[in-house]
Write a protein that binds this ligand. Structure first.
Ligand code: GAR
Length: 194
């Protein structure tokens, strides 16, 4: 059987989406393999989850480095792990335009809003303030323009009258964990077939 597409995941925080992606990849008949989990935050909780499953990890703090130098270190790790796709999962750094262009069509991100609504930060507070009936998450292809690449899949989460940004964030995470592994699998499978 041909080797499954090799993905790396960048995280900055708790890494629950990374864990969802990783454990989905360990199921029978999965469509990709996780070859690297890398972070700009040395004690990002998700790193331990990756290590527990024997996945290679890489850490490079962004502090004290230019964006270009930091990106170069992260990219060297990607290349070292023979990565085919880069999947951003709560990676709170903006990649340089040059980096994104070199990996064009091979970087995916999950953003906690129903794009094209609410690019950037504070998405839940903005959706509540606008009186929206739904919030959600979008998986999209990363392009140099922030949160503007092609949307591949979305999950919708109802906004209730009593909602706070915190309560909404918690439920959107559950939806993200269902959405992201499937969207990544669909994307890499479609590209493999084409
Ligand atoms: C997720 O909700 C993701 O949508 C969001 O960060 C969270 C990471 O959670 N991403 C962004 O805001 C990117 N702009 P996790 O570390 O538990 O996966």
């Amino acid at each position: 059987m041909a080797e499954k597409p090799r993905i790396a995941i960048f995280i900055s925080g708790s890494g629950t989406n990374m864990a969802a992606l990783l454990y989905a990849s360990l199921l029978d008949n999965s469509h990709y393999q996780v070859v690297l989990v890398a972070s700009n935050i040395p004690d990002a909780a998700g790193l331990e989850i990756a290590r527990a499953e024997g996945v290679e990890t890489f850490v490079h703090s962004h502090k004290g480095h230019s964006r270009e130098a930091h990106d170069a270190a992260m990219e060297a790790a990607l290349i070292g792990a023979e990565t085919e796709y880069l999947v951003l999962a709560g990676y709170m750094r903006i990649l340089s335009d040059e980096f994104v262009r070199r990996w064009e069509g091979r970087i995916l991100n999950i953003h906690p809003s129903l794009l094209p609504k609410y690019k950037g930060l504070d998405t839940f507070a903005r959706a509540i303030a606008a009186g929206d009936s739904h919030a959600g998450a979008s998986v999209h292809v990363v392009t140099p323009e922030l949160d503007a690449g092609e949307v591949l899949a979305q999950a919708r989460v109802t906004i209730r009258g009593s909602e706070t940004p915190g309560s909404l964030a918690e439920r959107v995470k559950y939806a993200e964990h269902q959405l992201y592994p499937r969207a990544v699998a669909d994307y890499v499978s479609a590209r493999k077939a084409s």
